[in-house]
Write a protein that binds this ligand. Sequence first.
Ligand SMILES: NC(=O)c1ccc[n+]([C@@H]2O[C@H](COP(=O)([O-])OP(=O)(O)OC[C@H]3O[C@@H](n4cnc5c(N)ncnc54)[C@H](OP(=O)(O)O)[C@@H]3O)[C@@H](O)[C@H]2O)c1
Length: 310
Amino acid sequence: MKRVQYLHYGASEELRLDEVTPPDVGQGQIRVQVRAAAANPMDWKIRRGEMQLLSGFRFPRGLGHDFAGVVEAVGPGVERLKEGDEVFGVTSIRQAGAFAEYVVADETNVGLKPPSISFEQAAASAIVSVTAWNALVEKARLSAGQSVLITGCLGGVGRAAVQIAHMRGANIVGSCSASGREEALALGVGEVVDYRAFDIASYQHRFDVIFDTAGALSLSQCGAMLKRRGMSLHIVPTFAKLIGCLLPSRHHLVFGNPTQQSLAGVAEALERGQLVPAIGRIVPLSGAISAVVELERTGFPKGKLVIVPM
Ligand SMILES: NC(=O)c1ccc[n+]([C@@H]2O[C@H](COP(=O)([O-])OP(=O)(O)OC[C@H]3O[C@@H](n4cnc5c(N)ncnc54)[C@H](OP(=O)(O)O)[C@@H]3O)[C@@H](O)[C@H]2O)c1
């Protein structure tokens, strides 16, 4: 099978499309014929070697984590899924390798794809929607009438967060580039702020929840904008945030965790049309490396990059 992989951490020149043996399935794992995979900033952060403690030192190492496809083999101990099931999910950081014809993942990180949702839509929703779900539904328990600030509201996680917050009946303030104003309003943001002109002082004690998907705010800036019992949630860890969030406080780090509950919640929201991923570009596996490298250079201007191997 073909797989995008690399032999060392480093620059994008390390990436290659190789012919490899399909990976074996271990205890509790499934092998999926990939119909679509989606790119995330994490893919190149890991390739650059920025997350080595989590990603480990086994090479060659595949690229990509988000996928949707058809279960092709199940390992010992797999009970919920069977061959032929249409699924979507996320590999662990150590496994990776979703930009390939086949990928192996833990059964626990994979959910059933709603039949009405395409493989491309399901792959584009995986870690971004799960992370937004983990943050707003599971951690913040965001409820109707609460006010939430979502930074980066047109990014992968931000878009999903806006739609989930809208679904929960919250009042949403979202920050994005000035050019994204109309798109953010159409998505469900009540008040759109240009992040280059964001005046924190004018939002003193205004929010029940702050979800900083862009990693744009310090904990003290969040503290100034939160109501007394509010909480801020962070997905871009820095040393200061690791320390600040470790201590008992109203600031929390969130790590995307594709549990059965979060995958089922995302699947139901996709099926109901409450969650609609934005797909910017679809490329075959042969075009994956150049498309991912371009994305690393330019960002995600109009939705997710989706890779279709077959
Ligand atoms: N902890 C976890 O488990 C986890 C899970 C998923 C993602 N992440 C991380 O979360 C971050 C966001 O991921 P993503 O997939 O949403 O990335 P993305 O699709 O690239 O979106 C980032 C968004 O942030 C906006 N932005 C940039 N600077 C900003 C600022 N100062 N204020 C407000 N918005 C700003 C960008 O807008 P412009 O393009 O207009 O500048 C873009 O829309 C990445 O660092 C990713 O690695 C962490």
